[in-house]
Design a protein around this ligand. Structure first.
Ligand code: MRU
Length: 356
């Protein structure tokens, strides 16, 4: 893995890109201090990049995993049919084990497997090309979906709305445009004046580092708060709507998202503020009946006891670090999808999204 420097601020930010036969991903751990791409040439490297959160955000993780499969196939171009199958299976396994909560990862792997299985009679070089094209298509489709979702969501925001968001569900969390921040971008493109309140998002600081950076690049008004300030602002009438992204929506409409989202949803209900979830259909998991069954990633204690080289917690303290929580469907005002807006989601309305 080698590093390359590049600067592409604003709308054109390319979270992932294919360059010279390799995948390049913005190192999101380094933002906003440093903007740089890291280069990935194999499934094992991409899996590590996902685990270490070089790339993060459910749709971007799915796109990266698709490229991981394609890279594995490219390294197996000269292999026999049997060795190709064994090697590709190994790549699928590595990528599937990288992070557990974002279902887009498994969705993308399933789609790549479908391409492989329906072309199983082809040669290894042909399969590698087909898998690379499928990865390109998954990324291109992600941007189209976010634009469609953004247009539906934009209609929900009033001119002048002050919108609170948690974590980063922006261009950096997707192949482009973003989901929650995509709704905000689309509303602004349609002529509305929108301002953003970004929760800092302890412990990994996706709000302070990534959402704030994205908004500042595009001159979208953004105010940063620590996570424990949201209730105060809501109680003063300073928040008109909440929009967040999601890592997995259960069949009953329960929503898993970045740790702290549940707290925001409870507060929003208390203050009569709409709580919207921007959610591509690839994030809905009909195999999981309700939120309690969604696997929640537990990350390293280091993320809670300090940040980078600075440690502030007492040595010897026990730590919990669940990276996601579940917001019950009853707290969700609407799911915003590429197929339209589902008010007050429940099992029936979520299922209907897939029947049209
Ligand atoms: O741990 P992360 O940074 O991958 O968590 C990301 C989130 O929680 C996002 O809100 C979610 O993946 C939706 S991104 C469009």
């Amino acid at each position: 893995m080698t590093m390359s420097q590049d600067m592409d601020h604003g709308r054109g930010v390319e979270t992932l890109r294919w360059r010279g036969g390799a995948l390049e991903m913005i190192d999101q751990r380094a933002l906003p201090a440093r903007f740089e791409y890291l280069r990935y040439g194999s499934a094992v490297e991409v899996a590590e990049g996902i685990r270490a959160m070089v790339v993060r955000g459910a749709p971007a993780i799915g796109c990266a995993a698709a490229y991981g499969v394609a890279l594995q196939a490219l390294t197996l171009r000269q292999a026999s049919q049997e060795a190709f199958a064994t090697g590709l299976e190994e790549g699928f396994g590595l990528l599937a084990a990288s992070r557990p909560t974002a279902v887009n990862l498994f969705w993308a792997l399933r789609r790549m497997r479908g391409v492989w299985e329906s072309n199983a009679q082809r040669s290894a070089p042909e399969l590698a090309d087909l898998l690379l094209n499928a990865a390109h298509e998954i990324s291109a489709e992600d941007v189209r979906i976010n634009r469609a979702l953004g247009a539906h969501g934009a209609a929900l925001l009033a001119d002048g709305a002050r919108v609170l968001t948690h974590c980063n569900a922006g261009a950096l969390a997707t192949a482009g445009h973003g989901t929650a921040l995509g709704v905000i971008r689309s509303a602004i493109e349609s002529g509305k004046r929108i301002s953003v309140i970004a929760d800092e998002t302890r412990p990994f600081l996706q709000g302070a580092r990534l959402t704030a950076w994205e908004m500042v690049q595009e001159n979208i008004p953004v105010t940063l708060i620590t996570d424990n300030m949201a209730g105060h602002l809501m109680s003063r009438g300073e928040v008109d709507a909440v929009i967040v992204g999601t890592d997995r929506v259960a069949a009953n409409g329960d929503v898993a998202n970045k740790i702290g989202t549940y707290m925001v949803a409870v507060l929003a209900q208390r203050h009569g503020i709409p709580f919207y979830v921007a959610c591509p259909l690839s994030t809905i998991d009909l195999t999981v009946p309700e939120g309690a069954a969604i696997p929640i990633e537990e990350r390293s204690a280091d993320e809670v006891t300090g940040f980078r080289d600075c440690r502030w917690a007492a040595t010897g303290v026990q730590v919990r670090n669940p990276a996601f929580d579940v917001t019950p469907a009853e707290l969700v005002t609407a799911l915003i999808t590429e197929n339209g807006v589902v008010q007050r989601p429940d099992r029936e309305s979520v299922a209907r999204l897939f029947s049209s």
